[in-house]
Design a protein around this ligand. Sequence first.
Ligand code: TRP
Length: 331
Amino acid sequence: MNRIALSGIKPTGTPHIGNYLGMIKPALALVENYQTYYFIADYHALTTTHDRKTLNHQVYEIAATLLALGLDAERVVFYRQSDIPEIFELTWILNCFTSKGLLNRAHAYKAIVDENIKEGKNPDDSVNAGLFNYPVLMAADILLFGTHVVPVGQDQKQHVEIARDIAIAINSNYGQILTVPEPLIQATVMTIPGLDGRKMSKNYQNTIPVFADPKLVRKQVMRIVTDSKRPEDPKDPEACNVFAIYKYFASPASMEARRNQYRQGGLAYSAIKQELCELLEDHFATRRTTYRSLMNDPDQIDRVLRRGAEKARAAATPLMEKLRRKIGIRR
Ligand code: TRP
């Protein structure tokens, strides 16, 4: 229980049930086994979101979402990145131990460069230096707290590896000072399908938002793509996009019953969709009320985050003082 798990979430859009099942729910469960830090990576969002209203709204949206979904700010250290100046000081130190080539090879940056080259543009077209240095800021998020494990999806694994490389570089120069973190890969992140069967992602516009109005949720569920089998035809539940979401919300008993109906025939897609709507409403109705009342009272969110930031800074200060001495910035 003394091991530290740390997880950051970048506020970049309305959370959907793919985010909830793949990332938020497992991250919230870590509190049972780890000392947990959970923060809003607002300055990471600034690398891509340059509209003040959007950025500000998304920060509160994600904070309210996490609190409504059960993040217990008494047990989890819950804060926003921008409230912790030590993260940015550490970022600079880490930058001075990060080879530029390592960042050149980072997937997110490389993908943009490759795309630019393909389109005949300058390789660095529309790449700001914040985007290029994104992995270093993320390494600071992680290393500042002596983090042991970082729960991430496959897409963030390389970032944790970069944090490891930087920590090892500093340790080999100054002696053991930074904890070298491990990624904790959550396999389910990849497998929650959206309405069209591809991974649920706002990029594909195939999502079901967590706290949308029941009417909109219903509209989205009805749009889930199925084949054209008739109700009486036998179907394979494991090949059905509706069942793929349904199984995360149904009780084991009803899941078994539905599975058999799929196989034997006699189940209409409209019926399972209807049941999915009801399950989603059961699951999220109360939480949606909490979410809405938090969104109507941003002061309350600010208070929670400020208290979290105090705890986080108290935890970070000793390491920063030690590090400043180790590197010779202080005596
Ligand atoms: N880059 C992560 C993402 O896009 C968010 C993030 C920022 C993060 N800092 C972190 C995740 C530190 C884990 C640990 O999802």
